[in-house]
Design a protein around this ligand. Structure first.
Ligand code: AMP
Length: 508
């Protein structure tokens, strides 16, 4: 069914229950439903848009995010939530690529988009035009079914140009049900805190909470550990999503030791590798209230997981291996490892991770070549290299494009990064390949030290010799102040490779 009808059901049953909370206010389910119904009416009547239209959302985390999202759905249209921190030209490119006739934006991005040519009509939240959206004639019914596009998710483009993954109402319903099956039961008093961008995983995880009539607490602005800690002290049954870099910021924060964490129910982390050493530190702080998910825009938040119980099962003979992995297939999800021709590979052999479940996207927007490469009989190629253990858990190696091939042998950067992070003065590291005449590529490690930590190349080399085959050792270390990251906190290895390539050219 259309996801906005689930909201209507909750609102009819419990109109006074809190739905959306923010620093200075709250909206009940009745109020949420009213806004949604009116926004839908205004999109159709005032703006003359037809069901099936694709509406951009360039919104920072704001109280209006969910009413706009569900309003678009109630109108039978598809939403394109875009990270508001992208450059206005990148946002403009996405809106144009998707053929969006309108974009609803928070004031900052709305202003920035004003100067960009080719951008469609922009409605800024808080403006008179937005007030007019909230005054539309309420729409309470929508005829489109579960196969209709709901969320067009532009990939973060760490390995190429972003592509629009079309997620249907069915895909997102399956995602929400899988959350309830695998992460936690949710009741009306549960609180979903949005400390990470709602245009991405955090917003996707709002859906099970709306479906179950629970609360969504929106923190505006960027991720700030102090505010996260304050919420965990002030509210009960709080769950939230954080990229591994955000988890690390919480763990390393001076308040971490003294903060009241009693309100935390579940911290879902994922979206990028979480290294074992960092995870162990996070477990010391939060206890087994951590849940790891492995997903991607094309199969939102739902491929494999390490449950809270597994995080707490310290007696398991493979405890460290499971914590270092991306875990086991999610409920109702098939996962396999294949070669380039989609042939299944046996347990223990590295290949590309593929999966099949009801979350897998309908396809990339207007991109038959990418669809032919990524999709077959409901299966999705993830572009990630991994190995399935005989026990059934999946260990992610790397994005296939980040693999280093040195002397004809694969070096998985993550393996090397895990070893370098054993040095307690190493804060972050990223390992990439650099073209080299004799071996094809050689291993280069970018390393960020903790403040006050003294970089020691020889010590890192010894660590590698103790834990890795010789050919995997970095030939070159680069000590840097920070690593280039995208707006979701993912390290941009493409940028590191470009730096090395430019240096190579300069040296020639
Ligand atoms: P996106 O589509 O932007 O969410 O990026 C998805 C990609 O992030 C995946 O294909 C993986 O490469 C990476 N990723 C997601 N979850 C995890 C995880 N738990 N561990 C390691 N990498 C992850």
């Amino acid at each position: 069914m259309n996801l906005s009808l689930g909201l209507a059901q909750v609102a009819r049953r419990s109109p006074d229950n809190p739905a959306i909370l923010w620093h200075s206010g709250a909206l009940s389910y009745g109020g949420f439903e009213d806004q949604v119904a009116r926004i839908a009416g205004a999109l159709r009547d005032r703006h003359g848009l037809k069901p099936g239209a694709r509406i951009g959302m360039a919104m920072e985390n704001a109280a209006a995010f969910l009413p706009v999202l569900y309003g678009i759905w109630r109108a039978g249209m598809a939403a394109i939530p875009i990270n508001a921190k992208l450059h206005p030209r990148e946002i403009g490119w996405i809106l144009e690529n998707a053929g969006a006739p309108m974009c609803i934006a928070t004031p900052g991005p709305a202003d920035a988009l004003g100067g960009i040519s080719g951008v469609p009509a922009i409605i800024a939240t808080g403006s008179a035009d937005y007030a007019a959206l909230l005054a539309g004639e309420p729409v309470t019914r929508v005829t489109g079914g579960p196969a209709e596009p709901a969320w067009i998710f532009y990939t973060s483009g760490t390995t190429g140009r972003p592509k629009g993954a079309v997620l249907t109402h069915r895909n997102l319903t399956a995602m929400a049900l899988a959350y309830v099956a695998d992460v936690d039961r949710i009741g009306p008093e549960d609180v979903r805190m949005h400390a990470a961008p709602m245009s991405h995983g955090s917003g996707i995880f709002a859906l099970p909470f709306v479906m179950m009539g629970a609360r969504n607490l929106v923190l505006g602005g960027s991720f700030e550990p102090e505010r996260v800690f304050a919420v965990l002290g002030d509210h009960a049954k709080v769950s939230f999503f954080g990229a591994p870099t955000m988890v690390a910021r919480l763990v390393n924060h001076p308040l971490a030791g003294s903060a009241d964490l009693s309100g935390l129910k579940t911290l879902c982390y994922g979206g990028a590798p979480m290294y074992l050493a960092d995870l162990k530190r996070a477990l010391e702080l939060f206890g087994p209230r951590l849940y790891q998910l492995y997903g991607q825009g094309e199969a939102p938040m739902t491929i494999t997981h390490v449950t809270k119980a597994m995080h707490g099962d310290t007696a398991h003979p493979r405890y460290d291996d499971i914590l270092s992995s991306a875990g086991f297939p999610r409920t109702a999800t098939e996962v396999a490892i294949v070669d380039d021709d989609w042939n299944d590979l046996p347990a223990g052999e590295a290949g590309e991770i593929v999966l099949r479940n009801d979350c897998v996207m309908a396809g990339y927007l207007d991109d038959p070549a990418a669809n032919a490469a990524a999709l077959r009989d409901g299966w999705l190629r993830t572009g990630d290299v991994g190995v399935i253990d005989p026990l059934g858990f999946v260990t992610l190696k790397d994005r296939s494009k980040d693999l280093i091939i040195s002397g004809g042998v694969n070096v998985y950067p993550r393996e090397v990064e895990e070893v370098l992070l054993r040095a307690d003065w190493v804060r972050e590291t990223a390992v990439v390949g650099r073209p080299q005449a004799d071996f094809g590529e050689e291993v280069v490690a970018f390393v960020v030290a903790h403040p006050g930590g003294a970089p020691d190349e020889a010590a890192l080399d010894r660590l590698c010799l103790d834990h890795l085959a010789r050919f995997k050792r970095p030939r070159v270390y680069r000590f840097v102040a920070e690593l280039p990251k995208n707006n979701y906190g993912k390290v941009l290895k493409t940028v590191l490779r470009e730096i090395l390539a430019r240096e190579g050219e300069a040296g020639r």
